[in-house]
Design a protein around this ligand. Structure first.
Ligand SMILES: [Zn+2]
Length: 323
């Protein structure tokens, strides 16, 4: 792998402190003052927010085992024997766009003309007619800062309404690490605008079947660069180690790995033995008694499924709990 001799640096546009530029970053948040510098424009972003870090590492020691207690196969002594090793607070980046959008449309709609038919039947008669209407709504769009990585965070419903001004000291108090977006402002804006337009179109097609004309006016009301706190927690249970991801603003476990209890794996082993026996039986049946041919093959098929289930349960030592 090629190494760069000189790590790229950027001077903060607000406090002039030097900051390293991570590969692929579009924005660099200054480690000294907490202002965010956009690389492409060289400007300091005006609106930089965060969600407060309400949960600390020590609280997660209860939260994670509590969350896992409802999943099947978790060892019963998991809460007592688990040793928490690391709590890494990550401030993850989102762009937040607020739009107000208006669309006037006209086109062709369908309606049902249920005029009286004969005495015995009603004729249902679908007709078309020109229609027009308006869509007028405000919409908030979030764009997660990473196109590929950290997928488990992207689809989270972020409670944007509770955002506060970004506070670098609050992040430092919890030894948080700031992650900056790889998606620049322009791309994020384009993506969000596309979301608004497709939402309008979706709503129009609920009313009419064909659009003949449209007059659209979509205004950006507000944009914010938002950091949302997540904990990556690592823990061990005997020789086993696993990790969990927790939303630190709401204390919600997004995913957590857990070891499979011995009892659960014995079940898996039982399934394997049973399946092997039945498959053997099926083969014998199919070979010895031609009349039972089909039944034999069906049995082999069913118990092959059983075998796969058993193998999976026995060999997996780690499972992921996620909702
Ligand atoms: Zn600075």
């Amino acid at each position: 792998m090629a190494t760069q001799n000189k790590p790229k640096q950027i001077q903060c546009g607000y406090c002039q402190a030097g900051n390293p530029v991570p590969p692929f970053a579009s924005v660099v948040t200054c480690d000294s003052c907490g202002m965010s510098n956009e690389l492409k424009s060289g400007k300091v972003l005006e609106n930089h927010h965060m969600l407060s870090i309400y949960f600390s590492g020590s609280e997660l020691q209860e939260l994670v085992p509590q969350y896992l207690s409802k999943f099947v196969g978790v060892p019963s002594d998991f809460a007592d024997k688990t040793i928490f090793k690391e709590f890494e607070l990550r401030m993850m980046p989102f762009w937040v766009f607020k739009f107000s959008g208006k669309t006037q449309y006209k086109g062709i709609g369908k309606y049902v003309n249920s005029s009286q038919g004969s005495r015995w039947s009603k004729s249902i008669d679908i007709r078309r007619r020109p229609e027009q209407g308006n869509i007028d709504m405000d919409q908030t769009c979030l764009v997660f800062g990473y196109p590929e990585q950290h997928r488990e965070i992207r689809d989270e419903k972020i409670p944007v309404g509770s955002k506060e001004a970004f506070d670098i000291n609050a992040v430092k108090r919890e030894a948080g690490v700031i992650y900056d977006t790889e998606i620049g402002y322009d791309d994020a804006y384009g993506f969000a605008l596309g979301q608004v337009k497709s939402r309008h179109q979706q709503l129009i097609y609920r009313e009419i079947v064909q659009i003949d004309g449209m007059n659209q006016d979509i205004d950006l009301q507000e944009v914010s660069y938002l950091h949302v706190p997540f904990y990556r927690v690592t823990y061990s249970y005997g020789n086993w180690t696993g990790e969990a991801l927790v939303d630190a603003a709401r204390g919600k476990v997004l995913r957590a790995e857990y070891p499979i209890s011995k009892g659960h794996r014995i079940w898996g082993l039982g399934a394997i033995i049973l399946a092997l026996a039945m498959i053997a039986g099926g083969i014998i049946l199919a070979l010895v008694l031609p009349a039972w041919n089909i039944a034999g093959y069906v049995a082999i098929g069913i118990f092959a499924g059983f075998l796969i289930f058993g193998l999976k349960e026995t060999l997996t030592k780690k499972k992921v709990a996620a909702e």
